[in-house]
Design a protein around this ligand. Structure first.
Ligand code: G1P
Length: 293
């Protein structure tokens, strides 16, 4: 029996410069895909995977995230009066984890994704934990973290999500070196953050979903700098190969890179098409727009 994974870490301190001016006063994680903030999709996925403790690594200007996962009595009161079927009220109340099971810690300095994860160490303690990068929005049934948990229960150790990429874009991702591969679960022999196409050990890239052993925190504490001069989670994971079982799971669904404008737009269209109340209208209006512009 492997130790259960109860805690998830959400690094949300990034500045979101790619979405300026929208993100001047609004955290990029609060940008909506259709009608739901990006971060809520990640929190829902974690909850579906059995996560009980939610740790956000935040920074300046991110207080809208805290407000979002809190009660809003004024709005709830207003909706109780106005909304006869209670649907809106359900949406407003539905997103928040149970009181006392959500915590916020500030990253302080933007020293990289590994540093962000390390900032959650006091909350993670000695248990394995999940990390979800909200920029990677994944349309998948079962949800990706549920899939990873499944493999974790069997194999233990570290388990991360993988997708095949075009060699032309390897330098935007962490890339793994594969061992035994059954077509779904891939043994991981090495990981490299943002390699050039020539250096990349494969076309299998890391997607932002991880189940990690707590020992990663000691490695991150060393503060070694990697790609872009940042403390990289991928480098700390590479240092764990050999001392823990380490597997990747090929992505079942479709991943949208909501850290880029085009991926974010694509996600909005795809999620609208996936919604029975919006599907037909979205399709018809997309056709009309394509004819007009
Ligand atoms: C991060 C990770 C990278 C991973 C990517 C997936 O990079 O460092 O290993 O492949 O997310 O989206 P970022 O997109 O933050 O540069």
């Amino acid at each position: 029996m492997h130790q259960p994974v109860r805690t998830a870490v959400f690094p949300v301190a990034g500045l979101g410069t790619r979405f300026l001016p929208a993100t001047k006063a609004l955290p990029k994680e609060m940008l909506p895909v259709v009608d739901t903030p990006l971060i809520e999709y990640a929190v829902d996925e974690a909850r579906a995977a059995g996560i009980e403790e939610f740790i956000f690594v935040t920074g300046r200007g991110k207080s809208a995230i805290e407000d979002h996962f809190d009660r809003n009595f004024e709005l709830e009161g207003e909706l109780e009066r106005r909304d006869p079927d209670g649907k809106a009220l359900e949406l407003v109340r539905g997103s928040a984890p149970t009181a006392g099971h959500i915590a916020y810690v500030r990253q302080g300095e933007p020293l990289g994704p590994g540093h962000a994860v390390w900032c959650a160490r006091r909350f993670v303690g000695d248990e394995p934990f999940a990390v979800l990068l909200a920029d990677d929005l994944i349309m998948s049934d079962p949800p990706t973290l549920v899939d990873l948990m499944d493999v974790y229960r069997d194999k233990g150790g570290n388990v991360i999500s993988l997708m095949e990429i075009d060699p032309a874009v390897t330098s935007r991702y962490g890339v793994i070196s594969p061992g035994a591969d059954d077509g779904r679960v891939v043994e991981i022999l090495d990981l490299v953050e943002k390699p050039s196409a020539a250096e990349a050990p494969s076309n299998l890239a890391i997607v932002g979903r991880y189940i990690l052993q707590p020992g990663v925190m000691e490695i991150l504490a060393r503060g070694a700098r990697g790609a872009g001069g940042e403390i990289q989670l991928t480098d700390a994971l590479a240092a764990m190969v050999g001392s823990h079982p380490f597997h990747g799971v090929r992505l079942g669904g479709t991943r949208f890179d909501c850290g880029t404008k085009i991926g974010f737009l694509e996600a909005n269209v795809a999620y609208a098409l996936g919604r029975p109340d919006l599907e037909d209208d979205t399709r018809a209006r997309l056709r009309a727009i394509l004819d007009r512009f």
